[in-house]
Design a protein around this ligand. Structure first.
Ligand SMILES: [Zn+2]
Length: 133
């Protein structure tokens, strides 16, 4: 049997499909949200988490233009903190000129996904960013 080429998200908290979105682990005790897997909540030490989908629309809360990066990483690019319905997401902005004339605090953005690369088996890695909405 030949497996169809598959797409895998670059990070665990990116869910692909017809409507790609991010998910967070939410502490059932205090509502704090985390993207990585936790054994205990950093805010209240609770140990029960539920998975919640995040809004795909957000607003830029902070950003920086990155001019220097590791070899092979194209620069400049925009690293941002995006507020998605009250949850802060660290991500790069895409489809925008990476300068302060084109990026502004409060700018509405929307989640977007893009292929990062494909391995020998045809599995495509998919990353995410936010583009101007
Ligand atoms: Zn908590």
């Amino acid at each position: 049997m030949t497996a169809a080429p598959t797409r895998v998200p670059l990070v665990d908290y990116l869910v692909l499909g017809d409507e790609p979105h991010l998910v967070a682990h939410e502490c059932t005790a205090c509502g704090a949200r985390f993207f990585d897997r936790r054994n205990a909540c950093a805010s209240c030490s609770g140990t029960e988490f539920t998975t919640v989908p995040l809004a795909t629309d957000g607003a830029v809360r902070a950003f920086t233009i990155v001019s220097f990066a590791a070899p092979g990483v194209p620069v400049p690019y925009v690293a941002a903190l995006v507020d998605c319905g009250g949850t802060s997401v660290r991500a790069n902005l895409v489809d925008v000129e990476p300068d302060a004339d084109h990026v502004a605090l409060g700018m509405p953005v929307r989640l977007t996904t893009f292929p990062i690369g494909t391995d020998e088996a045809g599995t495509e890695a998919v990353g995410f960013g936010f583009a101007p909405a």
